[in-house]
Design a protein around this ligand. Structure first.
Ligand SMILES: *[C@@H]1O[C@H](CO)[C@@H](O)[C@H](O)[C@H]1NC(C)=O
Ligand SMILES: *[C@@H]1O[C@H](CO)[C@@H](O)[C@H](O)[C@H]1NC(C)=O
Ligand SMILES: *[C@@H]1O[C@H](CO)[C@@H](O)[C@H](O)[C@H]1NC(C)=O
Length: 316
């Protein structure tokens, strides 16, 4: 009867809506601020998804994104970030897993995100807020795990301060100041520090040069562990690392270096790696080893390089 036809009609409308909901994702976003959610959030994104969002700001502005929720099936599904249009040349980093990533600021006026999922299992997805930053704003750099941030203003001249909860030590520079860089853009003068558990190895290294070595106890086959070092130079300077010893068995250990080629460099094997040069005034090293390794570890020398020629001619 008529009632039956109506039911069929509404079921069709429902299915068309559902299919559109599943198949449409991504898009181009403009405007001062907004939010982006993965399709189906928080009930899970579809399998085989390939969603691209492009955020476009006015030319001299940048884009700041802050994640509010993040759960993406680790190592199978990814959210890739691009500093510009979603082209391999603009690739910035790839996010996966179940931890809320730190805020990200674009280097230019276009920023893209691409969610890709495989053909099995999904997770609840992500939600983030974006905001267009004027060239005089640094944006909220976020709080590291186990960290506390004191400061609510993030514009040129503002200073913020970090500390760690009890049981954790701060690695890096505790005070960040929003300054103008040589490209006339507002940037934080140091990276966000990390909070390292008191009983783990690593530390903060400064000064014009020094040596970093994996600890002796981690060259013992029966010990597993990890260390994190932060190397800092003055704002505007860069840092280079030169390896003198290197033996990290593939699959049983690695040395990850952040702050050079994005998103990071992973080193393992028995060949002395090429020198590493920082993009800015910091590098962060993360050494991990399991209980079955047969390696010695590594030794390297770091050296700060002054960029301004004025400085080098004055010193010494
Ligand atoms: C966008 O900015 C306006 C004005 O500052 C604010 O009222 C609004 O809550 C913001 N929206 C989002 C999604 O952040
Ligand atoms: C996602 O779509 C873009 C273009 O729309 C394409 O270039 C890219 O290869 C796709 N990625 C995957 C993993 O299918
Ligand atoms: C935060 O900073 C302000 C100004 O520098 C200071 O007065 C205040 O004591 C700080 N608060 C904490 C909890 O560190």
């Amino acid at each position: 009867g008529i009632g039956g036809n109506a039911t069929v009609y509404w079921m069709k409308v429902y299915w068309i809506k559902l299919l559109r909901f599943i198949n449409t994702c991504g898009g181009t976003l403009k405007g001062q601020n907004g939010t982006i959610e993965s399709p189906g959030f928080p009930y899970g994104y579809p399998n085989g998804a390939n969603c691209t969002w492009v955020i476009v700001a006015e030319q001299t502005n940048r884009i700041h994104i802050v994640f509010q929720s993040f759960a993406v099936e680790e190592e199978y599904d990814f959210l890739s970030l691009y500093d510009g249009h979603p082209h391999p040349a603009h690739f910035r980093t790839r996010l996966t897993g179940f931890q809320i990533p730190p805020p990200v600021t674009s280097t230019g006026s276009i920023f893209s995100l691409r969610l890709t999922s495989d053909f099995a299992v999904s997770a609840h997805g992500f939600k983030m807020a974006y905001e267009v930053l004027m060239s005089s704003a640094c944006g909220n750099p976020g709080v590291p795990p186990k960290g506390i941030l004191n400061g609510t203003q993030f514009n040129i001249g503002n200073t913020i301060r970090y500390r760690c909860v009890t049981g954790y030590v701060l690695d890096g520079h505790p005070i960040l100041t929003c300054v103008l860089n040589t490209g006339n853009m507002a940037v934080w003068d140091f990276p966000v520090p990390i909070c390292r558990a008191e009983n783990t190895c690593g530390g903060t290294l400064r000064g014009s040069s020094g040596i970093i070595s994996s600890p002796e106890y981690l060259s013992d086959l029966s010990n597993a562990g990890e260390c994190k070092w932060t190397v800092l130079a003055d704002p505007g300077d860069t840092i280079s690392l030169v390896f003198t010893d290197f033996q990290i068995e593939d699959k049983h250990g690695s040395l990850e270096i952040e702050g050079s080629e994005p998103p990071s460099i992973w080193l393992s094997g028995v060949n002395i790696p090429a020198p590493v040069i920082s993009n800015n005034n910091w590098l962060r090293l993360h050494f991990v080893t399991d209980r079955n390794h047969l390696h010695k570890g590594f030794t390297l020398q770091y050296q700060g390089k002054t960029q301004s020629t004025n400085h080098t001619s004055v010193s010494r």
